[in-house]
Design a protein around this ligand. Structure first.
Ligand SMILES: [Mg+2]
Length: 127
């Protein structure tokens, strides 16, 4: 728990929100895959899950094959997969008519509220 908070404090947020909007606009241009039967929402949801699995796979292989030694090169491979997750999330947000920025801000508010109330651990979406 403490570790996550330290990481958040270490991240520079200069231009962060503006970049999210720009990313969403620019990445939409690359969303050219034709999907059948208006299944775009399912395509994005499965894409998020697929790419999140690739993130997990890279981490699994870090422990299985690399003695848990996280090199800068391997870190870049994991980060690329995180980017793939972000691409699908961005397209899903566009499809649902919401800014990625808005989703990020709302999520941050939710997490901060839980943290302030000591409800980070536990279950339920609306803690
Ligand atoms: Mg990938």
């Amino acid at each position: 728990m403490e570790r996550a908070l330290i990481l958040i404090e270490d991240i520079s947020l200069g231009g962060f929100w503006a970049d999210f909007n720009e990313y969403q606009k620019e990445s939409k241009v690359t969303d050219t895959k034709v999907v059948i039967n208006d299944s775009r929402l399912a395509f994005y949801a499965l894409g998020i899950s697929d790419e999140a699995g690739e993130v997990a796979g890279k981490v699994k292989k870090l422990y299985r094959d690399k003695n848990a030694v996280l090199t800068e090169e391997y870190k870049k491979e994991i980060i690329k997969e995180i980017g793939d997750v972000l691409w699908y999330m961005s397209q899903m947000c566009t499809y649902l008519g919401v800014n990625l920025e808005e989703v990020a801000k709302n999520n941050l508010e939710k997490i901060k509220s839980r943290h302030a109330r000591g409800l980070v651990s536990g279950n339920g979406d609306n803690r």
